[in-house]
Write a new protein. Sequence first.
Length: 237
Amino acid sequence: MTGSTGHTDTRKTALVVGASRTLGLALAAEYLRRGWDVIGTVRGSGRTGLHDLAEASGGRLTVESLEMTDPDQISALGDRLARRTLDLLFVNAAITRGDLPIGEVPTDMFTEVMITNALSPMRVVESLRPLVAPAGTIGIMSSDQGSIALNTDGGQDLYRASKSALNQLMRSYAARYADDSRTLLLMDPGWVRTELGGPDAELSVDESIPGVVETIERHQGKPGLHFVDHQGQVVPW
């Protein structure tokens, strides 16, 4: 990014989509700690932890509003950021609606979860990819629950299916842009104590996110799609 004085600012820039709380907020904070400029998105106009973080950032964190399920808002965000170059585009957004057997899942619940967890992240990636530097990284928060190979216990049918769909769509994206020099990541943050992960999860947010960022950094400059966890281990499809 070049300022008005003509000097080049060598700080890297990350866009974290879904940064109002828990994992997304921690990602924004971790990249700030590492000296990056950060753009974080929140839903709606209410105040969030990201706004507090922005006030303490010395201008290095910008808050943008985005309802990720609205394609027009995705396009509008792309227009607002058209002059920015991103070293990292990371989409962190997912919902769960309880642990129901798939035969008991209402159609509107199925649609809502699939749109939020699978379709909308890919719309963001497809729409905003031109902003990402040729040597940059595009990442999406996935889950080992999206792994078909690891599903030996069942449960969480809809959430698992949405993450498997996300992984499949990202593989199709990677195949479509097979010659792209950007790094593509599906990240499993581990089982984290969040609203989605529940209170019995193994990891705190502070234990997960530094590993996620380290893994992202280690894969910089490695084109193609990688499905990895917060410790850098490959997750089976």
